[in-house]
Design a protein around this ligand. Structure first.
Ligand code: ADP
Length: 542
């Protein structure tokens, strides 16, 4: 028997209507310009989205053409987030920090027809455009469009000129909720980037998770500081979530350094914020140098890589701000799990839950699989690779049948860890970073967290390096805090209270900067390369 319920599609247009209508006069997007902000109410963003959709129709975007964005987080990018999928086209957020050859690869692979580009990124973009074979129109946002030279077959437009005089309303089509709305390529550290294509339905359902109390808990009246780039896993769902419930958005544009971020927080009073640990590490160091009032923040969501427990403690104890640790991937939209302690758990007892990667929601099914393909128990002990599936989890890559990453509808995350009977995920490593010493696993994440708990340490990265006796041992690369000193022996001594004796690292190196990926995560591949090429000064403690 079929239900009697209406089957209206879950779509971005529906989210947009809610934001621009009921919340149109109260919610706003604020874009930082260096010393101050420019602001637009959501109703205005709705009119702008209509103008953009008309303009794009004029450029031949009549079906599911891909519209690329090469942009920072700002009001115009938000407009594209709404207009492009709602008109039936596909938004392709280009990660400006990928290597040029990867950027060219993804634009060609996705067959981008139009690219919107921030004028501040033109020097970078100008070099790529001639190689982007399917791009017919480049639309320059802000600045002077004539600064971009058009290669043969490409027209360059100014965003403001293109939108001027366009109607303020658009007849948004009713779309199949399963059709493509947006796409994002994973950074692909080893092979070519892989395209994840989100549907209207997957984004809609994911947005509800962003707003659930047990999710990111974004609500009306919130002011969400979206530090996580809109080109990195859809800014973790903040833009659509904000439109769904009428939360305002604070967009940092290109000002992602600690100093402007602190200035932005002081001036714009965000109630929640989301970013990877590296960003917060810089912000906390800045605050330690010069105190600022960031008490408007209720919570910060930290994920993308393991958040060091010391960072969570600092937020809580020094600033009264709760960190919500989250795990996810581009392939999971990205919210996979969020660490909120179970009801009734308070005080110190909360910490084991809060430092975990968190609980998976109903829509993200999980299983742990060992090397022989056996499914493991959620007993808090058995360690295996995490596999997930669900309505906002990818089950394939765009135009690439990579059977290694998917099987029977499950996504192999490449993340290794265990699950507790209460459903809390604890990641110990990425499969490719696992250290096997004398047949036993050592968690690089755990070691990093322990070293980063030392007051003199700003950052610590741990990789496995070859060892004659144990086949592999951990090497710790340490970045010290400004003005602090510590030596390898002292740090190892510090670890001896919390780390099993056989795991205590004997290889140490001090570096001035931790190599990072395009989205600010520890780049262990680069550190391994530096090590194998003899570029690191390694101290061997005996
Ligand atoms: P990339 O694979 O290029 O880093 P993603 O941004 O999709 O791109 O990264 C997803 C990966 O980031 C996960 O598979 C996991 O290894 C790591 N990750 C994300 N959040 C966390 C977290 N809270 N703790 C540990 N690792 C995390």
């Amino acid at each position: 028997m079929l239900s009697t319920m209406n089957d209206g599609p879950l779509s971005i247009a529906r989210i947009m209507r809610q934001g621009t209508g009921p919340h149109g006069a109260t919610a706003e997007v604020v874009t930082w310009t260096g010393a101050e902000s420019r602001r637009s109410g959501y109703a205005e963003i709705g009119r702008e989205a209509a103008r953009l959709a008309h303009a794009l129709r004029g450029l031949g975007v009549t079906g599911d053409q891909r519209v690329g964005t090469f942009m920072w987080n700002n009001a115009e990018h938000l407009t594209a987030y709404l207009a492009v999928p709602s008109m039936g086209a596909v938004l392709h957020t280009l990660n400006i920090r990928l290597f040029p050859e990867q950027l060219v690869y993804v634009a060609n692979h996705a067959e981008d027809h139009v690219v919107l580009v921030d004028h501040t990124l033109l020097p970078l973009f100008a070099k790529l455009l001639p190689e982007m074979k399917t791009v017919r129109h480049a639309v320059v946002v802000g600045g002077d469009a004539s600064a971009l030279e058009a290669p043969a077959g490409v027209e360059v437009h100014g965003y403001a000129d293109l939108l001027a005089g366009q109607p303020e309303e658009f007849d948004w089509p009713e779309l199949d909720e399963r059709s493509a709305a947006a796409m994002c390529y994973t950074s692909g550290t080893t092979a070519n980037p892989k395209g994840v294509v989100y549907s209207h339905r997957s984004i809609y359902l994911h947005s509800m998770q962003v707003c659930m109390t047990d999710g990111m808990a974004l609500e009306q009246g919130d002011r969400g500081l979206a530090v996580v780039p809109m080109f990195h896993a859809m800014s973790w769902g903040l833009p659509y979530g904000a439109f769904m419930v009428g939360a305002s958005l604070i967009m940092p544009d290109r000002f992602l350094q600690p100093e402007p971020l602190v200035a932005m927080m002081t001036a714009e009073r965000p109630t929640m914020a989301a970013a990877v640990p590296t960003i917060w590490q810089g912000v906390l160091a800045e605050l330690a140098k010069e105190p600022h009032d960031i008490s408007s923040l209720r919570e910060v969501v930290i994920g993308g890589s393991a958040c060091p427990p010391t960072m969570m403690r600092t937020f809580q104890e020094d600033y009264g701000i709760t960190v919500v640790h989250a795990w996810g991937m581009t392939e999971t939209s990205p919210l996979g799990s969020l660490a909120r302690p179970p009801a009734g758990v308070t005080g110190e007892d909360e910490w084991p839950y809060r430092v975990s990667q968190g609980r998976l929601p109903a829509s993200v099914e999980a299983r742990l699989v060992d090397d022989d393909g056996r499914i493991l128990q959620w007993d808090g002990l058995s360690i295996g690779e995490l596999e997930v599936r669900g309505p906002w989890v990818a089950e394939a890559y765009y135009g690439d049948d990579d059977p290694e990453k998917f099987h029977d509808g499950w996504l192999r995350t490449g993340d290794v860890g265990y699950l507790t009977p209460e459903g809390f995920l604890h990641l110990t490593d990425r499969a490719k970073d696992v250290i096997k010493s004398g047949g036993e696993w050592i968690s690089s994440v755990e070691l990093e967290n322990q070293v980063m708990a030392h007051p003199a340490v700003a950052e610590a990265m741990v990789i496995g390096v070859p060892d004659e006796k144990w086949s592999e041992r951990p090497l710790v690369a340490v970045v010290l805090r400004e003005g602090e000193t510590a030596d390898a022996a002292g740090l190892r001594e510090f670890l001896s209270g919390s780390v099993a004796r056989w795991q205590l690292p004997e290889y140490w190196t001090f570096i001035t900067e931790a190599p990072k990926t395009s989205v600010g995560k520890f780049d262990k591949k680069r550190l391994r390369k530096q090590h194998s090429e003899g570029d690191l000064d390694v101290i061997h403690l005996t």
